[in-house]
Design a binder for this molecule. Sequence first.
Ligand code: HQG
Length: 168
Amino acid sequence: MSKALRHEPGRVGLTLDEAGWVPVSDFLSALGIDRATLDAVVAGNDKQRFAVAVGPDGVERIRANQGHSVAVELGLVAQAPPEVLFHGTNAAFLASIQETGLNKGGRHHVHLSPDTATARRVGTRRGGAVVILTVAAGEMARAGHVFYRSDNGVWLADAVPPEFISVG
Ligand code: HQG
């Protein structure tokens, strides 16, 4: 479901609208799954990756809450971040991050976690040694950087310059 709604909708014959939504009925036939399966995945997803909503036209649609690599306008509202946020990553990336800061790579934003436990989970998911970075988000915001919070609690920024990052 993530692949179809964030990365390669065309591969299963889907076209997302500009905000990333696709009609639920189209989605079910494109993926060959039934409604009960979809509801179970949406409700059971540990990170609330998906949202289902009825549009003003009465059509029920689904989208991914964040994490897209295809162009979508999620309608994120800028919000003041907490004083510190965290980013868990692989130790192999540390030197490069300290040099150039955190960049968004293939995603639309850099993803930051509200607590170290979440950051640790993110940083360990590809294996290898994990490092937890502390981001001086309050200071960054006061310096003019914009932060967004996605529906599932992930904090998003365009980039994090190295001077706002400390290790641990
Ligand atoms: C690293 C999952 C070298 C960055 C998770 C990360 C998260 C750099 C990797 C969400 C760098 C990108 C996002 C630099 C950043 N030099 N490496 N200058 N700047 N990096 O997957 O934050 O399953 O795109 O540290 O749970 O790991 O998609 O980002 O290791 O919430 O819902 O480049 O993805 O959620 O990796 O994870 P990613 P991420 P979902």
